[in-house]
Ligand binder design. Structure first.
Ligand code: ATP
Length: 272
């Protein structure tokens, strides 16, 4: 059950609270009561020619997805789950770093919303004091029109404990961080969508991640820590040393070398 004081999402309210720039770039904004996954919905739409700038939100996801086949829990009305479809005209290598940039956009908004200690765990987990507040899933596809990307954001606002029992890692929600039930989901949704759209426009104009690397580093919560990277075939351990201009994690290995690791199928864990 959602908390009584939480407001339901309202399409008109969200559209009217977008920034002027975002409103000009959002081609369509859909609000659904239930979707299996907002990312799946837009990926399917992208293949049938939906334009750049389609946003869809769902009050509940019945099969919300994380990376590598993991689940993202979205009970009705307890958080935000939305995706944005974007068509980039950059060459695919320049798109590396986009998942970090998405995390950066979310972190900026949350910091300004009062989550002073919001941080990022490479490539794009949204953390507060080491607990997972949000997740980001970037997926891409290609058609004759070029490359498209779907960026999905899941954020906990007031997650009921009984639902959260299924989550197998430390988690947190905004209600606990901000110590209030009075959180405007519509206002926060509009703010996040606006920031994401404006960030994608700038990413396209600037041709990639390089100019945002320094800002990303300010939210980096694993720099200097011992980490383990689980790759599909192997495992690497070392000390996280930030990211390079493409968004690759720089891992200091036992021999002192800095090894760049790119995202995709890599999962990072802190070493105990
Ligand atoms: P990685 O660091 O590789 O991204 P991850 O396990 O954190 O790994 P995600 O794809 O970001 O992967 O998220 C999925 C995981 O997040 C789930 O396996 C579960 O542990 C956790 N999770 C699922 N729903 C929620 C939620 N609402 N809030 C916090 N954590 C959740």
């Amino acid at each position: 059950m959602m908390a009584a004081s939480l407001e339901l999402l309202d399409r008109e309210l969200i559209v009217s609270a977008l920034t002027v720039e975002a409103r000009a770039r959002v081609s369509q904004l859909e609000l659904h009561s239930v979707l299996d996954s907002t990312n799946t919905y837009l990926l399917t739409g992208a293949l049938t020619g939906w334009p750049s700038g389609v946003v869809c939100l769902a009050e509940r996801q019945s099969k919300g997805r994380g990376r590598q086949g993991r689940d993202w829990l979205t009970p009705f009305g307890t958080g935000l789950a939305f995706s944005l479809l974007w068509r980039f005209t950059l060459p695919p290598p320049a798109l590396s770093g986009l998942s970090l940039v998405t995390g950066l956009a979310v972190a900026r908004v949350l910091r300004d919303f009062g989550v002073a200690e919001v941080g990022l765990k490479w490539p794009n987990d949204v953390l507060w004091r080491g607990r997972k507040l949000g997740g980001i899933l970037l997926e891409s596809g290609a058609t004759a029109d070029g490359v498209h990307v779907v960026a999905g954001i899941g954020l906990n606002i007031a997650l009921p404990r009984q639902d959260a029992a299924a989550i197998d890692q430390p988690w947190v929600d905004l209600r606990e961080i901000l110590q209030t039930e009075r959180i405007s989901r519509n206002h926060l949704a509009a703010w996040l969508i606006s920031e994401l759209v404006e960030t994608f426009v700038r990413f396209q104009d600037q041709g990639g991640f390089a100019s945002l690397a320094a800002e990303w580093a300010r939210f980096d919560r694993i720099a200097g820590q011992r980490v383990r990277l689980n790759l599909p075939q192997t495992m690497l351990t070392g000390i996280a040393r930030g990211v390079d201009a493409t968004g690759a994690l720089l891992l200091e290995t036992a021999d002192g070398r800095l090894q760049p690791c790119i995202g995709g199928e890599i999962s990072l864990r802190l070493e105990p």
